[in-house]
Structure formats: C-alpha cells, structure tokens
Design a protein around this ligand. Structure first.
Ligand SMILES: [Zn+2]
Length: 119
C-alpha cells in the first residue's frame, strides 16, 4: 500500500517539526494533496492511525486539503483545470504535457499541544 510508505515518510517530518517546537502532542496534521497524486484519503487515514500509534502524533486528526490539478495550454497561453485526469484543454482541445500542479503531497500545517507559552 503506497499510502503506508507515504505516511512513514510524513511521520518523520511531523515528529521532527513537533520536537523542534517543544510540543507534547500533535492534535492535527494538515496536508495538501493534489488530485493527481494518486492518494486515497481513506487509505491515508488508515495508514496514519497505524503509523502514528505510540508516537507524539498518535490520534492526530488528518486534515486533507485537496488541490486541483492544472495544465498549461500553449495554443491558448492559459492554464486550465484537469478533469478526470485528462490534460485536454476545454477551450481548444489541445493536449497539454505541462502539468502545473496536482501531483503534490505536502505537509501544510500542524496543530500542536503543550507548547511553552510566549513570555
Ligand atoms: Zn487551449
């Protein structure tokens, strides 16, 4: 399961960021996931529960911000939204090979608990 290896890699980032800020717990993990990243949100939730168990981030909520996929059309010199994974321009029908976004999978933000209050 590809979501499991993604989550294992993400766990390192999450725990390192939480430790760097002196958090006692991670309550939520916000992710930005492109529509073409090939990630099943349900499988990711399942993988997160498995991978984060016993860590600072055990039980953290996974908040997924889905990012639309966009291609650039050369004839129109404009971007368009990719529907159904097809990079075909809805205006002129040209096939684009320039994907602008939609494959990303990034850690967007963390909600932490137990931070030292600012002096
Ligand atoms: Zn076009």
């Amino acid at each position: 399961m590809h979501e499991l290896s993604l989550m294992v890699a993400l766990r390192e980032q999450v725990l390192a960021a939480a430790a760097a800020r002196g958090a006692r717990a991670v309550t939520a993990i916000h992710l930005r996931i492109g529509r073409l990243a090939g990630v099943e949100p349900e499988a990711l939730q399942f993988a997160a529960a498995l991978v984060l168990a016993g860590s600072l981030a055990a039980g953290a909520a996974l908040v997924i911000d889905s990012v639309e996929a966009r291609c650039h059309c050369r004839p129109c010199a404009a971007p368009f939204e990719v529907l159904d994974g097809m990079c075909v321009c809805p205006r002129c029908g040209a096939i684009s090979r320039q994907l602008l976004c939609g494959r990303e999978l990034a850690l967007a933000a963390l909600e932490l608990e137990g931070l030292e209050p600012d002096p």
